[in-house]
Design a protein around this ligand. Structure first.
Ligand code: HEM
Length: 567
């Protein structure tokens, strides 16, 4: 009996090894046929066991001689793509490289020509939606859908991103910035967790703009009848526990005795109740009155998902109303919040640019109160000035989504420098935004001996140069060589083409209003002090201390102090 078991196990192992070997040979043949440079790797970027185990295995892998791992490991570490920046491409001597493994081929690129082709040929290159299905916790979503279904969601949402909406983003961001400043004042200007506050700021703006819900920073919100949490608490905690909600199968979450699971389940159900109430109230209002100008996001999704309110061209399932309400808040808050927190922390580390930014804000809005600021005239000036330059440079250095995945359901060709490359079907294409934003052909990097203390790969602090975005055409007297207009595909913070970000203008308006209001009144500095050691620590937290979850963020916030400006 024992020998039968041994033989069976042995045969299974032989079969597994043989099938892996055959798969690897097939994948090597496909990589060769593509004409791209390729390297062989034991692991596949997208493999779930590898994603789960890689951080634990890393100390062991670091002991293996570098020449055995350096060609494939940096582009196989899910959580560290941003940290390696352009380095793996520089070492490989090419901007496009295929990583071949038995489980599949991953084509990594930071080449602008290929980025544009893979983002604009929407029928040829699609999102690998299996990877994203976990986001559909409340129902189908724009993010985890493809083809006709995705186009319908985009058509439903697009009219809501109009100038009326952006004007509301402007006024609400100014109001929320004022409330945030008042909140900070209560603590003498000391802010230990800027990312928590920027998250709150962004959630509040979205709630007003999408759901017409006013959110306050101070004072007690009452728990409405039939609820266990306030709206504020429900929305905040559903995002606090979103990883648990995405990863844990429903039956486990429903029956688990673990405290974190219970809290995640409670916030999931509470936010669902609030969304259902908002959906139903909106549907009954729309039965007797017309939607607002262009329709708010909520109105447009409710009309498309409610049988008696639908128009023939735009029909979605009732579940997709809730799914999309949730995903728009998810897509629109952490991205904006992390960008704002990083930009402010960069200003604390760069006092000279902070002063330039403040003078620029003064020259645009002077000492006018925010009620007199104009979306039509002030916003474009802020966007074309130092505030817009700060956002562009922050997004260049900290691509919130460091890689953008695509795949090709059928064999495809790609053209690079007039050469045709053949891509086998189902190749995983990974657009490396972090590397594209540091591609030395378009973005000169400082030599390593010129980097500032504490800064580590990919050297965001040493390469921080927001002035590059200021144009003489907008009245800025930066040397002509400094002004930069990136070539298409080399700067992709909001992606490109058909699946690009729907909220890029929303995010820009929100950032300009929020930053301008804060720095009209306050300066920011490191709470620890101004010694070389304080700056070194902060730079370390902004480089090696960065982490990646749903997006790029600081693992630990740099403690800051906001000090009232003396003008
Ligand atoms: C600084 C802030 C933001 C950044 C850096 C950003 C970046 C991006 C990127 C890179 C994508 C493409 C993702 C991919 O293809 O995998 C994306 C998609 C998306 N973004 Fe944003 N985003 C920001 C703010 C917003 C805001 C404020 C909203 C909504 C109000 C929003 C709504 C969306 C939606 C709905 C999609 C999915 C589109 C689709 O899949 O068809 N984003 N964003």
């Amino acid at each position: 009996m024992a020998s039968v078991i041994t033989i069976s196990i042995f045969s299974l192992i032989i079969f597994f090894v043989y099938s892996q070997y055959r798969a690897l040979q097939r994948n090597i043949t496909a990589a060769r046929a593509s004409g791209f440079k390729y390297v062989v790797s034991p692991v596949f970027f997208q493999s779930i066991p590898w994603i789960l185990l890689q951080e634990a295995l890393l100390p062991i892998l670091k002991k293996v001689p570098a020449e055995r791992t350096e060609s494939w490991l940096p582009l196989s570490l899910f959580y560290r793509i941003w940290h390696f920046g352009y380095e793996p491409f520089e070492k490989a001597g090419t901007d496009t490289i295929m990583i071949v493994s038995p489980s599949g081929n991953a084509l990594w690129t930071c080449n602008p020509e290929l980025i544009i082709q893979t983002c604009t040929r929407y029928k040829d290159f699609i999102k690998p939606i299996d990877m994203l299905a976990m986001l559909n916790i409340y129902g189908p979503t724009i993010t985890a859908s493809e083809g006709e279904e995705n186009r319908v969601y985009r058509k439903v949402a697009a009219p809501s991103f109009n100038e009326t909406t952006h004007r509301t983003v402007w006024t609400e961001s100014l109001d929320q910035a004022d409330m945030m400043l008042e909140f900070w004042e209560q603590n003498g200007g000391k802010v230990d967790q800027l990312n928590h506050d920027s998250n709150r700021f962004a959630l509040h703006v979205l709630s007003k703009v999408f759901f017409n819900r006013e959110m306050k920073w101070l004072g007690q919100e009452k728990i409405p009848e039939g609820h266990e949490l306030t709206y504020n608490a429900a929305i905040s905690s559903v995002f606090k526990y979103n990883d648990t909600l995405f990863m844990t199968p429903k039956p486990i979450l429903n029956n688990s005795p673990m405290e974190s699971h219970k809290k995640a389940k409670q916030s999931f159900l509470e936010f669902q109740k609030y969304m259902v109430e908002m959906r139903d109230e909106t549907a009954s209002r729309l039965r007797s009155s017309k939607p607002s100008d262009g329709g708010s996001l909520l109105e447009n999704f409710v009309m498309a998902g409610t049988p008696d309110l639908q128009n023939d061209n735009l029909i979605i399932s009732p579940a997709a109303v809730l799914g999309n309400m949730f995903i728009f808040i998810l897509a629109g808050h952490e991205t904006s919040a992390n960008t704002m927190a990083l930009a402010i922390t960069l200003l604390a580390c760069n006092p000279t640019f902070q002063k330039t930014l403040q003078s620029d804000i003064d020259s645009i809005v002077g000492s006018r109160p925010p009620s007199e600021w104009s979306y039509l005239t002030d916003y474009p000036k802020l966007q074309n000035g130092c505030v817009g330059a700060l956002m562009n440079e922050t997004l260049r250095l900290y691509s919130v989504l460091p890689f953008i995945p695509k795949t090709n359901p059928a064999p495809q060709t790609l053209t690079l420098e007039n050469q045709t490359h053949h891509l086998a079907k189902d190749t995983l294409i990974l657009i490396n935004a972090s590397a594209a934003h540091r591609n030395r052909k378009y973005w000169p990097q400082p030599p390593k001996d010129k980097t500032v203390p504490g800064d580590a790969s990919p050297y965001p602090l040493s390469s921080f140069h927001p002035e590059r975005w200021l144009s003489p055409a907008n009245g800025y007297s930066t040397p002509a060589a400094d002004h930069f207009d990136p070539i298409p595909g080399s700067y992709i913070p909001f992606a490109e083409g058909f699946r690009s970000c729907m909220g890029s203008r929303f995010a820009r308006v929100e950032f300009c209003a929020g930053i301008a209001r804060v720095f009209q009144e306050y300066s920011v500095e490191l709470a620890g002090g101004k010694s070389d050691e304080d700056f070194r620590k902060a730079r370390e937290m902004l480089s090696s201390g960065m982490g990646f979850e749903m997006g790029l963020k600081m693992k630990e916030a740099v403690p800051l102090r906001f000090v009232k400006r003396v003008k």
